[in-house]
Design a protein around this ligand. Structure first.
Ligand SMILES: [Zn+2]
Length: 371
């Protein structure tokens, strides 16, 4: 696959088949891929971990203070939008802590990860449960890893008008935050009800209560000192919406592309296909990559979640000579992103082909395709 720099081609009505090269990854064990990493990739640095946390917290604090002190709702809302970016950075830090990549599975990771995740109103332990087990354990095998799982044309045709409408909103560039709220945040955190022993063992209740306490305290303080309801919206709600959008967008780009497959048959999927051939490295300017904690340098994170975010660029370079032909790496451009959203709307799991809504095979067969 390698680096794609060609401009987006028009999407044919007959659909876009994925790159069949993914199947070659079946011959390679994930452990063999991991052996490509140099020892430095695993070197933890407390200075970097705490330094970046201090940076993220400082950014968050300055912007939050801004929301409190600036006059007028419009300025407050504008700062609330920027605050959403700081929330996203804190979340990425928490994500690494949750993988044990920063300090191992220690109390430090637990406490600081939980705190860093609070402004995103995600519940640390519940989030770990879905992310580490389902998403990382079975990446792009949609029977278990359900996030951003595309509907097949048959599933789409069998859906009600309302669920088709919601699905279209989810899979649009402006509406992708809806996917995270409806498929992850609400069902897998807010209303998730596993058996009691699982809940107790994983400390889900504690995570929920801490998050609820944050929401109450942050909202009351914003109401009292940041300008009433407008202050609550700017300090708590808008940052959450912006964060949710950014996360949904990033996770979409992590695993969705016209040349990447999804699977619904366990025997077609294996760990090295999921982690190497179903993940992406989306390159952005180096300074942006560093500031965003390498969130779009995703394939090495999937090959080994123990790699701290501040080593991902080196880890990506280490993977190149070994599995470069099977990794998808491309430079971020908005025209490519629009093309990905335009192409990857429905997915035929048998034929491994992406379709646009207007070209789904039922319509094409019935001669209904757009001219
Ligand atoms: Zn992860």
């Amino acid at each position: 696959m390698a680096l794609l720099d060609a401009p987006p081609a028009p999407v044919p009505a007959s659909g876009v088949p994925v790159d069949p090269g993914y199947a070659e990854m079946r011959k390679v064990k994930l452990g063999t891929v991991r052996a490509a990493f140099s020892p430095e990739v695993y070197e933890r640095s407390n200075a970097k971990a705490f330094g970046w946390l201090a940076f993220d917290v400082a950014l968050y604090a300055v912007l939050l203070a801004g929301v409190y002190v600036v006059p007028g709702i419009l300025l407050k809302l504008l700062l609330g939008v920027l605050l959403g970016v700081a929330v996203a950075l804190l979340f990425v830090w928490a994500h690494d802590a949750a993988h044990g990549a920063l300090f191992g599975f220690t109390g430090t990771a637990e406490v600081l990860g939980s705190i860093a995740m609070l402004p995103s109103i995600n519940m640390y332990r519940l989030w770990i449960y879905g992310h580490n087990k389902a998403h990382h354990g079975f990446t792009s095998f949609t029977m278990i890893d359900w996030i951003w799982a595309p509907k097949s044309p048959e599933q789409y045709q069998a859906s009600s008008r309302w669920s088709r409408f919601v699905y279209r909103v989810e899979r649009s560039l402006p509406g992708c935050a809806v996917h995270y709220v409806l498929r992850v945040w609400w069902p897998a955190m807010v209303t998730f009800r596993p058996p009691k022993d699982v809940r107790k063992r994983n400390h889900f209740t504690r995570s929920r209560l801490v998050t609820l306490a944050y929401v109450v305290v942050a909202s009351v303080l914003a109401f009292l000192f940041a300008g009433g309801i407008g202050g609550v919206i700017a300090a708590v709600v808008v940052p959450w919406v912006v964060f949710t959008y950014l996360l949904a967008f990033a996770v979409y780009l992590h695993h969705t592309h016209p040349s990447l497959p999804f699977f619904d048959q366990r025997d077609e999927w294996c760990a090295s296909i999921g982690q190497v051939a179903c993940s992406t490295i989306v390159r952005t300017p180096k300074v942006f990559e560093t500031l965003t904690h390498g969130i779009l340098v995703h394939t090495p994170h999937h090959v080994d979640t123990k790699i701290p975010f501040y080593r991902l660029q080196r880890a990506a370079a280490d993977l190149q000579p070994v599995v470069g032909d099977h990794m998808l790496e491309y430079r971020f451009t908005w025209s490519d992103v629009r093309q990905i959203f335009k192409t990857c709307q429905l997915y035929d799991y048998r034929a491994k082909t992406w379709y646009r809504f207007r070209d789904e095979p039922g319509r094409v067969a019935a001669g209904l395709e757009a001219a």
